[in-house]
Design a protein around this ligand. Structure first.
Ligand code: BGC
Length: 443
């Protein structure tokens, strides 16, 4: 193995991989280490990780990772920037990198990974990826997002499904809602009953990313998978401003009378808490919400249920959390970073973490026995929707379009939600501007 082929960080990633998973090769790994790394002391390092997992369920999930890092002697330095959806965290990250002090890893998703890689800020993880066979154990749709020009630069930890509707079973029972609403007619009929029974029908936190989370599930349910893909992923002008989009906006606005007066600015987890405590009937949210129900000691099928958002049973909007690894200077730091990357893709972590986070493991072929019915369904639907073309990236959660385009869509939708005097026509005109800018590659 010629020495010149490996940069030191890559070599260490390789060592870690060898020493963990293939005990039979340990002697060989030790030999390579002794030969090529003789002057370097192998001790534990510190790993600073930027993330925004600060809610009850999220914090419990991160704790699993901290325990696994500590087991190997590495120190975890938490760099949390609160704010659901991660908008604030991305701003803070930019400031840190510009100041020449990147964290070892940051929770970055989708096309944003490409932007950081273009700036040459990220480390290549190819040696580990090839040793650990990431191409084989990851769905291609995910692996592609983790790569920049064919090089792995980020590590995926899960798959969140976004097109869920959560419901409190007791509230439904008391309001006389017998069947799960699988269309918007059924949803509004159920919401009327819940409201009449004195509950908040729809728990919604009025923040732009939550508005868009609701909006994209409605777009998928009202317009269908093909429409969603053309309008919101490809930003095709005709679809973005056509009749289907008008219907989507109208349905979106119909939600407003079912939301409580305290909604504006409320965090997503405080909003989920309304459903958990039986104050509200429904919430549209990705399955990180399930992490909150679980952290509160509740069980799916008992105190709460997971339903696909109306009209979206056959489709799946995915949101993959991933950690991009930044280029670091110190050897100890690089080593701890390599171990983190190794750990994140490991079976033990993927199981323990996702059992708490509400998501499913991103590694293919993991045993789902310990997972609840919502997760099992998510896992089956992920595979099924991939075959039918109904597996779609979540726009609200940064998986579909570059950040500037996402921000423009989000602003148009939030404006429509927050101001009842704005007509669908006005918002369609804004969406036309987004399509035009995208066509000119200006977004
Ligand atoms: C992230 C989740 C997170 C949620 C709330 C989503 O965009 O993918 O991991 O729990 O936002 O912050």
């Amino acid at each position: 193995m010629p020495r010149a082929h490996f940069a030191q960080p890559q070599l260490q990633l390789l060592m870690n991989a060898l020493c963990r998973l293939v005990p039979a090769l340990m002697q060989r790994a030790t030999f390579i280490a002794a030969t090529l790394l003789a002057p370097v002391a192998i001790t534990a390092g510190e790993v600073e990780v930027l993330h925004y997992w600060t809610s009850g369920g999220e914090a419990k999930s991160v704790a699993e990772l901290q325990v696994l890092m500590a087991r190997r002697g590495h120190t975890w330095k938490d760099f949390t920037v609160a704010g659901g959806g991660g908008g604030k965290a991305m701003e803070v990250l930019k400031a840190r990198v510009l100041a020449g002090q990147p964290p070892a890893a940051a929770l970055i998703k989708g096309p944003t990974i490409q932007e950081w890689a273009e700036l040459k800020a990220l480390t290549h993880l190819d040696t580990m990826a090839s040793f650990e066979k990431w191409d084989e154990v990851l769905p291609k749709v995910v692996a592609d997002v983790m790569k920049h020009k064919g090089h792995y630069v980020a590590v995926p930890v899960n798959v969140h499904r976004v097109n869920w509707l959560w419901a409190n079973t007791e509230v439904l029972r008391k309001a006389g809602v017998a069947a799960a609403p699988n269309s918007y007619d059924a949803f509004f009929a159920a919401a009327d009953r819940i409201k009449a029974a004195g509950y908040i029908a729809l728990a919604h936190g009025g923040q732009d990313w939550q508005d868009f989370t609701l909006f994209e599930s409605i777009a998928l349910g009202v317009g269908g998978a093909d429409f969603y893909d053309k309008a919101l992923v490809k930003l095709d002008r005709a679809s973005l401003i056509g009749e289907d989009m008008r219907k989507v906006l109208q349905t979106f606005r119909r939600m407003k009378p079912y939301v409580d007066s305290q909604s504006s600015g409320r965090d997503w987890n405080a909003t989920t808490d309304l459903v958990i405590r039986g104050k509200a009937g429904f919430q549209f949210m990705g399955d990180w919400a399930k992490g909150e129900f679980l952290a509160a000691g509740q069980t799916p099928g008992k105190e709460f249920i997971c339903l696909s958002a109306p009209g979206t049973e056959q489709a799946y909007t995915f949101n993959v959390d991933s950690f991009a690894m930044f280029q670091l200077k110190g050897w100890e730091a690089q080593k701890a970073q390599g171990y983190l990357a190794y750990l994140l893709m490991g079976q033990e972590f993927q199981e323990k973490f996702n059992l708490r986070k509400g998501s499913i493991p991103v590694r293919l072929g993991l045993d789902m026995d310990k997972f609840d019915d919502c997760a099992k369904r998510s896992s089956q639907d992920f595979v099924r929707s991939a075959k039918t073309g109904a597996l779609l990236p979540s726009v609200a959660h940064g998986m579909a379009v570059p950040p500037a385009a996402q921000a423009a869509l989000r602003a148009a939708v939030a404006e429509f939600w927050n101001n009842d005097t704005i007509t669908p026509q006005h918002t369609l005109a804004k969406l036309a501007l987004v399509a035009a800018a995208r066509a000119k590659q200006a977004l």
